[in-house]
Design a protein around this ligand. Structure first.
Ligand code: FPP
Ligand code: MG
Length: 288
């Protein structure tokens, strides 16, 4: 199964996401760098970061979750696309900072920002990307209540991601903190919290009730856990002895993700979310 097949019911919106990302990038260096020496520099940074597109997993989760929560009603198209773009910005900001922390020289087979421009510029570029996320969030044409809830969710997610990243590095330097439970806690904070927020926020934009929103939130959490477990398995990047336990954990998380949305109304979007959880667990080489 290819990701493009899973994205198929939201393919048109994902095309809009790509267009809006380019608009936002231009805004980043034109509005913020206007008339200043650094405009060209910001432009170089922006094109460097987005030169090799990612999988767009998080925008797709926003879109599929929104549609799966409120099928067949049509949520505000503009708000949905902007939110999908916003989550790609916060994700990209976190990767830029992660590469600095990890001293990584390559991502997606191209030199990282820290490798190309030095750490100090990479830190600041990550901050600019993060601020662009908030610019997008405040521009969403939604009511005050939903807006406040989205802000709360993403402020909490940012804290969680930072705490997860702190825990990861403390575990590497303090063996006493290193247990399988703390590893799970770390990947929940570092990765699953954002995927969960993508699904939950999509559902909020779609105007779903709290029950449905909770289902999507939980789905995203378990999907995110299995995603990071598989990613670490493929990279051999475990701070703890994990062994074959990981495959079992991935299967458990896949099941929990599927169960989380079992109460959602039947739709092609829900089916694609189910396929997404299978896709992630199918990334384990032995399971192909
Ligand atoms: C990649 O993990 C990194 C993350 C999932 C999160 C990183 C989070 C921060 C740096 C906190 C800052 C957050 C914001 C919002 C600016 P990985 O190292 O396992 O993956 P990799 O192999 O792709 O590097
Ligand atoms: Mg890292």
């Amino acid at each position: 199964m290819e990701l493009s097949e899973i994205y198929e019911p939201v393919a048109a919106e994902l095309t809009e996401v790509e267009k809006e990302m380019r608009v936002q990038m231009r805004e980043m260096y034109e509005r913020h760098g206007q008339g200043r020496d650094d405009q060209g520099f910001l432009q170089r940074i922006a094109s460097h970061v987005f030169q090799v597109p990612g999988k767009r997993l998080r925008p797709a989760l926003v879109l599929l979750s929104a549609r799966a929560s409120a099928f067949p009603t049509s949520s505000d198209e503009c708000a949905l696309v902007r939110l999908a773009v916003a989550v790609e910005f916060i994700h990209t900001a976190s990767l830029v900072h992660d590469d600095i922390i990890d001293h990584s020289s390559y991502r997606r087979a191209q030199p990282t920002l820290n490798e190309t421009f030095d750490n100090k510029y990479a830190v600041l570029a990550g901050d600019i990307l993060y601020s662009q996320f908030f610019s997008l969030l405040v521009s969403l044409p939604i009511d005050a209540d939903r807006y406040r809830r989205l802000l709360e969710i993403f402020c909490a997610v940012t804290r969680e991601m930072c705490q997860g990243e702190i825990l990861e590095h403390r575990m590497k330097s303090s063996p006493s903190l290193t247990s399988y439970d703390s590893y799970l806690e770390m990947i929940r904070s570092k990765t699953a919290s954002l995927m969960s927020a993508c699904c939950q926020s999509g559902s909020i934009i779609a105007g779903a009730d709290r029950g449905i929103e909770g289902m999507l939130k939980e789905y995203g959490l378990f999907l995110g856990l299995s995603y990071q477990l598989v990613d670490d398995l493929l990279d051999g990047d475990f701070p703890v002895e994990a062994g074959s336990n990981t495959v079992q954990r991935v299967n458990e998380c896949t099941l929990r993700a599927r169960e989380a949305i079992s109460g959602l109304g039947e739709s092609s979007y829900r089916r694609k979310l189910l396929e997404m959880s299978e896709y992630v667990s199918g990334m384990i080489p032995t399971k192909r």
